[in-house]
Design a protein around this ligand. Structure first.
Ligand code: ADP
Length: 254
């Protein structure tokens, strides 16, 4: 499945936030969205997920526009992990939040044994199965981030939209979560679009990147071609070098 974003523009009131954003991401590929604070990364994910309606442009899954799709059908195809979602979920327990990932199946849906198996497997993969009966609003931000990724995994969507999936996680979970995201992409063919603020994480896990600056794409392409000292200086105003001495490239801030 291919996600195509074509000429997307968005404004909050009269302030233009995104302009002419065009890219595509394929199944089995991790596309990273990077750029300075306020460059429009979260807004872009929300436009793709139709939480916000672009004022211009088209978003397609294969050849089908998301615009006319019923929310239930869209939810089956697109999984979204927002940045701070604690207040968006009223379900009392971790298990129920993850089970909500199974809910956009059909009208009158009730969970069955297969749904339960999938929910438990997703919780185990994210290391939150021991929290299953805990109230969702009384776990740490790192734990709730992993619960929401488990929910998106339980959804078995074709494309995952992740907004800074590792921002609240300690270093061990950062690696575990990104390893699982990579496994979903490689083994299950899930397409991944992830907003990442850490350039090393982007370097290590992303196949392709788009770099946003002021709502426009400043650079796009293979990760190594986008995360260059020239592009980072231009977009972030920070001098860096790329160090290859540990067997894989790292971004060193000068
Ligand atoms: P990023 O994710 O790259 O940090 P955002 O997409 O969150 O950027 O924000 C892009 C711009 O839109 C910022 O200038 C931000 O202040 C503005 N913005 C975000 N949310 C709103 C909102 N609800 N109303 C008005 N402006 C907003």
């Amino acid at each position: 499945m291919r996600l195509t974003v074509e000429g997307v523009a968005f404004s909050y009131g009269s302030s233009p936030i995104l302009d002419g954003v065009t890219f595509s991401a394929d199944s089995g590929e991790i596309l990273g969205i990077i750029g300075p604070n306020g460059s429009g990364k979260t807004t872009l994910l929300k436009c793709i997920n139709r939480i916000l309606s672009p004022v211009q442009g088209e978003i397609l899954l294969d050849s089908e526009s998301l615009r006319g799709m019923r929310p239930r059908d869209r939810a089956r195809l697109l999984g979204y992990v927002p940045q701070n979602a604690v207040s968006e979920f009223s379900a009392p327990t971790v298990y129920e939040v993850v089970m909500m990932g199974r809910a956009p199946r059909e009208a009158g849906w009730r969970s069955g044994a297969e749904d339960e198996r999938i929910a438990w497997e997703a919780m185990a993969d994210m290391g939150v199965d021991s929290l299953a009966s805990r109230p969702f609003n009384r776990i740490s931000s790192g734990q709730s981030q992993r619960v929401l990724i488990a929910r998106a995994m339980a959804q078995e969507a074709s494309v995952l939209l992740l907004d800074e999936p590792t921002s609240n996680l300690d270093v061990r979970y950062q690696i575990e979560v990104m390893d699982i995201v990579r496994r979903l992409s490689r083994e299950k063919g899930v397409g991944v679009c992830a907003v990442l603020h850490d350039m090393d994480t982007a370097m290590r896990y992303c196949d392709k990147l788009i770099m946003l600056e002021g709502g426009r794409i400043a650079a796009a392409g293979d990760t190594a071609d986008v995360l260059t000292p020239e592009n980072i200086l231009e977009t972030y105003g920070v001098g860096v070098a790329i160090d290859n001495s540990y067997g894989r490239p790292h971004v060193i801030i000068l």
